[in-house]
Unconditional design. Sequence first.
Length: 788
Amino acid sequence: MRNSSVMGRFATVAVVTTFLLLATTSITPTLGASLLKENSGNINQEKLAAIRELSKAAGAPQRDASINEEEICLTEGCLDAALDLLNAINMTVDPCKDFFQYSCGRWLTNNPVPPSASWWSRFNMLIYEINNVTQEILNEDPNDEDAKPINQVKDFYKSCIDIDAIEAVGLDPLVQIIEDFGGWQLVNPGVWNSTAFDWLKSAAEVRRRSLQSVIISTHVSADLKNTTKTVVYLDQPGFGLPRGVLIAPDNYTDLITTYENFIVEVATELGTSQTEAQLRTGARAIIDLEVELAKISSSDEARYDMGRIYNPYMLNEYQDITDGIDAQFSIAWKSYLDQVFSSSGVEIVESEPIVVNEVEYIRNLIPILKDAAPETVANYIVWRLVAGLVPDTNSAMRNITFKFQQALTGFNVPLTRDETCANAANAVFGMAIGVKYIEAVFDEDAKTEVNQMVENLRSIFKQMVEVADWMQNETKTAAIAKADAMRSFMAYPDWLKDKEAVEEFYEGLELGDSYFTSQLSLALYRMDKGLKGLREPTNRDEFWKFYPGVVNAAYSPELNSITFPAGILQPPFFGKLRPKSQNYGGIGVVIGHEITHGFDNRGSQFDKDGNFQNWWDNVTKVEYDRRGQCMSDQYSGFFAEAAGLHVNGDLTLGENIADNGGLRESYRAYQKYVEDNGEEGRLPGLEHLSPNQLFFIGYANIWCESMTPEELVSQLLTDPHSPAEFRVKGPVRNSADFAEAFSCPEDPDGMNPPAEDECTVCSRYCVNSSIDGSSESEQVRRPISGYD
Ligand SMILES: [Zn+2]
């Protein structure tokens, strides 16, 4: 529910693409030096024996005379890689038929979704380990030598795990807040005063005090046309259910009923004076209103069109426009912003430059609000506030919330309190925890080595642009300049090593006297910190979308930057002792993915300085769009059986472009490595696989993932990333390199479709591209893992 990424030091940016829709912590790095044929004397015989055993049991073809002993790499890194892969590959599947099942089949069988999760993957395993490290850090005694926020977060964590104290506090502070909003009729209809109620002020207060957006939304972010400056955005809000569910409620009657029950149970727990029948009527009116709002909102895919969502005005000019829609229903924009900014120290002026993202949404909102019963609007606003706050209250409310989340995601037991609290701590204090995390487990060599890989990938990307026969020269030049200008942020910001800088980053943050009031105080702190950015320049040198303990990566089109937090710089993504085939199939593809985002259907609309400005000549643009359409159609053809839904090729286009580009680029970077350094050794127990084949299996392995059907539905409706299975099959089907590495025969249903096949049109043409997305969706989802 709460936004889990850390706000930047300066103004925040709205548009960010991540490798995966998740965010949390990371793990212990492996040690090592370069691997390969340097089989030193100390071979771990025990591990080797285990590998041989596993290899036989898995039915792997055993080594024949064609492979020399010297060709096998027996370093620790190679043994670890062999073990990992042997525990994942299903040798009985034909890689040319189903590369996902081949690469991950055994892993999937051995790694069902745990009861406390809605999916389980390599990402989750790393997140779980990082969460454990985080808990250890947070359980340490406070230390005066440390920066103040490091000690604050320990206090915060302590208050979070103290469920007895939380129980003793009970619901009183929540009831107090509801009273501040004039009461909630679902609990106490007599208290609500229709003449005193101001929907606009209430919506602004919900935004300011709980980070939730309701009916409308606002935030401060870089001005997309001039990213050195920041500006106020007005936007459509988030919703309590996925938008895809709300716009087709008849298709999801179970979920709608669960949502209704959620509202009714929360009101009941708050001590309602209403009968259940009255409560259900009230809850249904809330949902009906939310359905109406969702139906006038835009889909995420529609929001990739920057020209459509970038509508600059002066505040007073926009006031005249909306007043012109209906003279009897004015939305007083300055009052709204004054309220949202009221504790930020920033004064909004009459002629404030603003950008309206969803002009049509606001145009259509006015008649809906005008016709709606004021008490329904009030009930809805307070509901969104309450829904955002109940998870931080007593066990009864946490259980009610869990039941609702369970219906959305399919997980069976909640996270432990320790895990929940480590996540809550990271949500605000991720950078402070990162100071200790880096000290405890991070290997600085990873930073150096992966920085070098970024340069290798950048150089390959530029070469691919140079030889792209479908691009005109002027556009090639601009694309190469953009790739050169792209900034890379690796592992953690340097200022984490400076105690004063860490304190400055968290300046003004104070905890409350209970866990609940601390959460309120942190929400307000985060909101105000974002709003204060309005009078600050955008700082291009310091953009960290993630704190260090996150297993993810990101591209920011507004800053033209890529970020790889420390959490992803570990196996299976990267290990300095691991074979390069695995590092290029892992973090190499992630790097290529993020670089490619700079050129996907969203990123391509921004220039090298991150400004929303066209730099494509018309001829190249037409061809680019044609290729994008091709890929969109291709992915829309993928059917996720367990969910009974197709992939949404438009929603996922940017990520798919990035996945396809990332795989292609990293494979070439790996070929360059082999050219310069010679072929890598084979892996013990997997001697029948060439290093090039291992590259692709390494790639597929980062996507070994089990998921509940409920979560899969949710992902297909809301996540710009395709399900794991198609993140493997899509790019592989479009890769001639893959077909060659595995000598796959042409097969319309397999991994090497024929040229006349639609998908092969993509494979031939959908080469150099990539995407991105912002959007503050507030569906109740657990932090996911993966890269953006
Ligand atoms: Zn991405």
